[in-house]
Design a protein around this ligand. Structure first.
Ligand SMILES: [Zn+2]
Length: 304
């Protein structure tokens, strides 16, 4: 169990620090940044503004009910403007032990609340993965100014701090759970994950103990994917359809493995999407603990 424990301990200091040091999450130039002057982007904003309350009220169809013939091909999916997706890890005040790099992954409580207030004041509406899937595959309407809030690694403060803060604004989140940590100190319990699912949030898989998908072989798929999926389905009573790559790292060999296990989309971090399989490389940016509401607002516009 030592490697798992080490991994879990490492997570307390920010599991995705490998990505942080490269600055990917904060460097729009390495991403598919769209300039505000882009006519395609301008057209989309206009379209979003005409979306009605209806788009918000109508539940998104389950991906399995969307016939393949109705779903667009990879090129059509890739061409659709991306929806901003934010990735959070820990939400707690910094301590003297937190490294400079870790602070990208630790958003102080007041800062998190300011970030959520900015989104609400700016008119953003949170969407769930099924809505995103329907939009990407069929062009289904989204509410005005859509955003997705995702939380990785099962940290306890996602339940104690993020959950009530989101509820204040009628927001829902997506929680990518790493099952090895369930019930451990500083992490959520199974009952909390169930409650999040019952309250209309999406629960997704983030592997068993956060190993890099690019290195899986043999039984790793069973350990890191099959068993955790089953665990999460038993906890929530719902099908687990969405996956987030540990460290945001992926390779095309992972796509068929995930698909045959019932996943319909997977989320990475700020790197470019795969043009052949954009649904399995949906981009997110890490909302840094250093970011003021204004910086977050600018990052959302520049990165998606
Ligand atoms: Zn993670």
């Amino acid at each position: 169990m030592a490697p798992a424990l080490l991994t879990a301990l490492g997570l307390l200091a920010g599991c995705d620090s490998k990505t942080a040091t490269t600055g990917e999450a904060r460097t729009p130039s390495t991403t598919e940044a769209v300039t505000p002057a882009d006519p395609e982007k301008a057209a989309t904003s206009g379209e979003a503004a005409t979306a009605t309350e209806e788009a918000r009220a109508t539940p998104a169809p389950d991906p399995s009910t969307i016939p393949a013939a109705k779903a667009g091909d990879a090129a059509a999916i890739y061409a659709r403007p991306q929806v901003p997706i934010l990735c959070y890890h820990q939400i707690r005040d910094w301590t003297g032990r937190d490294s400079k790099g870790a602070k990208d992954y630790i958003v102080p409580i007041a800062k998190f609340k300011e970030q959520m207030k900015m989104l609400a004041d700016s008119g953003y509406h949170t969407i769930q993965p099924d809505q995103l899937y329907a939009y990407l595959t069929t062009g289904a309407k989204l509410p005005p100014k859509p955003v997705m809030l995702t939380f990785d690694d099962t940290d306890l403060d996602q339940f104690t701090i993020a959950r009530p803060t989101l509820a204040q604004y009628g927001y829902k989140g997506v929680y990518f759970v790493m099952t090895v940590s369930l019930g451990r100190p500083h992490y959520m319990t199974k009952a909390m994950v169930k409650q999040l699912a019952d309250e209309g949030n999406q629960i997704g898989s983030h592997t068993w103990d956060h190993h890099n998908v690019k290195k899986y072989q043999g039984k790793d798929w069973e350990t890191q994917i099959d068993k955790p999926t089953k665990t999460l389905e038993e906890i929530t009573g719902k099908k687990i359809k969405y996956f987030a790559y540990p460290f945001g790292l992926w390779n095309p060999q992972a796509f068929p493995e995930l698909k045959q296990r019932g996943f319909v989309a997977a989320f990475s971090l700020a790197e470019k999407r795969d043009q052949q399989d954009p649904l399995f490389t949906i981009r997110r940016i890490i909302a840094s603990g250093y970011w003021s509401p204004k910086t977050l607002s600018n990052s959302i516009r520049q990165s998606f």
